[in-house]
Design a protein around this ligand. Structure first.
Ligand SMILES: Nc1ncnc2c1ncn2[C@@H]1O[C@H](COP(=O)(O)OP(=O)(O)OP(=O)(O)O)[C@@H](O)[C@H]1O
Length: 750
């Protein structure tokens, strides 16, 4: 609702009041006396209302103070319609005022009220910036970033490829020079060897396996036909990546029309997929869960001819979230068929995953593109490296063209800080395209709804229009695909998303990655920031940390990742670009830096107050904010054990965290609810295990999952990549969902 609409609402209510009997009596009721008293008190608090120049919010800025006990019921009823009305003393009965005059007077009073409200919100400055933990001095440990050169000097035409394939690469995909990873990988795969490939995000890994695969299949004689069924199986962790990979194959296969690619992914109609499988698909791209579903239920899916198995984002796919699915897939592939070429790829293949892969692969060639680490002279010496290389955390290569920043923000200020950053990049300047990562579907929904209603107001001509899209695992597949295509095609805008968009997706022209909630592992950090600065383009990233989470910088440094600090006040200062966020204006014209800082703080408070008013406008909005906060807390409780010293639920200040969801106070019983929830579930799983006699939780048990490093992931947050898709499990899943209250975040549901 715009402010104009708001005004309209007040007017209507005033009209109805004016016709009510209360308008014909003198203001002598308890309520009226209270209102007049309140007005006087207001006057004393704000010596001059002209000093108060606030932004006109869409919703009320503040709830009125509690009325005297005898009128409480009556007031709360009025508050439901328009709480402003409670402040209004009706026009005196014994004047000969025309309805127009009365209306004018009411409007004037409303205006005065608005100004006072604005004043009050300015006074609130203290609540947003007081009682925050100190922002610690940032230590930048010594980091030697791994370097990778993206392009090689060779071109596709130098390789032994079909000329039509080279022409297609050039004309359709606009690709002629080989990237380093392609130069090293394509010949290995063309020679028929298995491979484990690691190179930085956005370096062209997809073509490094897709080109030799197409080259190999087009040369098969007699020619490949649909009736041969799958000859290659490509497994990727998310639906969007499945779609993107399928589209790449569609382009590459333009000259080889007899080879048919196909995609299977959760959320699509099974029946249609079954029909396509019956007709015949030669290159099958799929998410693991959906493939398992078809292995179990689609008779026409036969793997007897499969010659290629590709696991893209292999570290994620080999995570135990997919363990059971992969076992089914491997068993099904191994039962019959010719010898097979296997390829694992990722930007973050850890040695643990590689060791695991060695068991399944046949004498694989390891392609690691990163060169030797280079010393970063801007950093200060820190911890001594561990002498035992086996104990060393994995180093990850980050694109050189990526500038990485971190901002340390007290919890309370996080929401306005994010908003100020978005306004700066997308409204007060142009040509930016942002991806903002948050930890849960509810949080994404909440931010999307709040920002769309508060930040997308039309403003001065020179400011760009802001648009927000959202992507998470709780959306219908159709909508997910639409958003993916829409954001891919757009030149600017903000995509709010969960980790469903963290891996593999190539969304062109993204300039900024914002991690509003920190990732649960350094590898996830790498993949998230890897959505920008791809294939040699420039890009930047910003990580939000609270003062208590500062040690995550050291954790990243252990993986050779180095960040520069961005100052909170610098981000908030973008609010000076729009007088819609002006505070009392007292400091606006003054030039001292202290005065400017104060003005920035006031503007941040004005914006925060606006968020809070929108959130508290009705019960539904409050509920939305609460469930977003709750899901955030659950995600927080699910950080792996080895990061608990940085991200521990007990170190969160609930009231401060609530503020970052636009809630004025910490919702009661929330933290207790989360803890109780955890306990109940733990007991339940223990009982379940005792009943079934299982020592360890089976893959179906909804309890914790273990990552290869031994870390645990609470089931409370449903993994972005979990599958468990067969129909028999559907009921169990529903039951589990109802039990845990989990949102289905990121699942690949059928
Ligand atoms: N040789 C090349 N020259 C120019 N562009 C290329 C080349 N190879 C691939 N690309 C393009 O680079 C982009 C990124 O490639 P791709 O998605 O394969 O990267 P990736 O290494 O798999 O990244 P991630 O690790 O994030 O999955 C794609 O748009 C692709 O078309």
């Amino acid at each position: 609702m715009s402010s104009a609409e708001d005004g309209q609402l007040c007017l209507n209510i005033s009209h109805s009041s004016s016709s009510s009997s209360s308008f014909r009596r003198k203001p002598v009721s308890a309520q009226q006396r209270w209102a007049v008293k309140k007005q006087r008190a207001e006057k004393r608090r704000f010596s001059s209302s002209s000093e108060v120049k606030g932004h006109s919010f869409k919703k009320r800025r503040e709830e009125p103070e509690a009325p005297p006990p005898e009128v409480k019921g009556h007031l709360s009823q009025e508050k439901k319609t328009n709480s402003n009305a409670v402040h209004q003393a009706p026009p005196p009965e014994d004047t000969d005022w025309t309805p127009e005059k009365k209306k004018k007077m009411i409007l004037k009073k409303e205006k005065d009220e608005g100004a006072k409200e604005a004043g009050r919100s300015s006074v609130k400055t203290s609540s947003l910036f007081k009682h925050n933990p100190q922002i610690p001095q940032m230590d930048r440990p010594v980091v030697s970033p791994l370097k990778e050169q993206i392009f090689s000097s060779a071109s596709f035409s130098d390789l032994d490829l079909h000329p039509h394939l080279v022409a297609t690469l050039d004309k359709v995909l606009n690709v002629s020079t080989l990237t380093s990873v392609q130069k090293q990988t394509v010949p290995v795969l063309l020679s028929g060897r298995d491979a484990v490939v690691r190179s930085q995000t956005g370096s062209g890994k997809t073509l490094s396996y897709a080109v030799p695969l197409v080259q190999s299949l087009q040369s098969v004689r007699p020619k490949v036909s649909r009736s041969d069924g799958p000859l290659a199986v490509v497994i990727v962790p998310t639906r969007e990546l499945a779609l993107q990979t399928f589209q790449t194959f569609q382009k590459l296969l333009k000259p080889f029309t007899w080879i048919v690619p196909g995609v299977l992914m959760g959320g699509e109609k099974r029946k249609a997929e079954k029909a396509r499988l019956r007709k015949g698909i030669n290159i099958l791209v799929s998410t693991p869960g959906r493939l398992v579903d078809h292995i179990k239920h689609t008779l026409s899916l036969v793997f007897s001819a499969v010659r290629w198995l590709i696991l893209d984002e292999a570290d994620r796919t080999l995570d135990l979230g997919f363990e059971k699915d992969l076992t089914v897939i491997f068993n099904s592939l191994n039962s019959k068929g010719p010898s097979r070429q296997n390829v694992l790829l990722s930007a973050t293949l850890t040695s643990g995953v590689t060791r695991l892969a060695d068991i399944c692969l046949n004498d694989p060639v390891t392609v690691h593109v990163s060169g030797p680490a280079s010393f970063d002279s801007t950093t200060t010496p820190a911890v001594k490296p561990d002498p035992d290389p086996a104990d060393q955390p994995e180093s990850f290569a980050i694109p050189e063209a990526l500038q990485q920043f971190v901002v340390v923000v007290p919890s309370k200020i996080r929401l306005v800080c994010l908003a100020a950053f978005i306004l700066d990049k997308c409204k007060f300047s142009q040509g930016n395209k942002l991806i903002v990562f948050a930890s849960s579907c509810e949080m994404v929904e909440f931010l999307h709804s709040l920002f769309s209603s508060v930040l997308c107001r039309p403003s001065a001509n020179h400011q760009a229009e802001l648009s927000f899209l959202r992507l998470h695992g709780n959306m219908k597949q159709e909508e997910r695909s639409d958003v993916f295509q829409q954001f891919s095609a757009s030149r600017s805008g903000v995509l709010l998303c969960t980790d469903v968009a963290a891996r593999g997706l190539h969304l062109p022209q993204v300039t900024w990655i914002v991690q509003f909630t920190p990732p649960t592992a350094a590898a996830d950090y790498v993949h998230r920031v890897g959505r920008t600065a791809r294939i040699g383009h420039r890009g930047s990233s910003l990580l939000f940390l609270t003062p208590a989470e500062n040690a995550f910088i050291t954790e990243l440094a252990n993986h050779n990742i180095s960040l520069s600090e961005m100052k909170l006040l610098d981000i908030l200062s973008s609010l000076m670009m729009d007088d819609a966020y002006r505070g009392r204006g007292k400091y606006h014209s003054q030039s001292s830096s202290k005065a400017r800082e104060q003005e920035i703080r006031e503007r941040a408070t004005v914006l925060q107050t606006e968020f809070e008013n929108v959130v508290h406008a009705d019960a539904q909005s409050v509920q939305m904010a609460k469930s977003a906060l709750q899901s955030f807390l659950r995600a927080y409780a699910a950080y792996p054990a080895r990061l608990k010293h940085i991200f521990h639920i007990r170190s969160l200040h609930l009231g401060h965290a609530a503020k970052s969801f636009g809630l004025r106070d910490a919702p009661q019983g929330l933290s207790v609810a989360t803890a109780t929830h955890n306990r109940k579930l733990k007991n339940r799983h223990q009982n379940q295990r005792q009943r079934t006699g299982k020592q360890n939780p089976g893959p179906e048990a909804p309890a914790e999952k273990r990552f290869p490093g031994g870390q645990r992931e609470s089931h409370l947050v449903c993994s972005e990549f979990s599958s468990g898709l067969d129909t028999s499990k559907k009921k169990k899943k529903k039951k589990r969902k109802a039990l845990t209250g989990q949102t289905g975040e990121g699942e690949e549901p059928e």
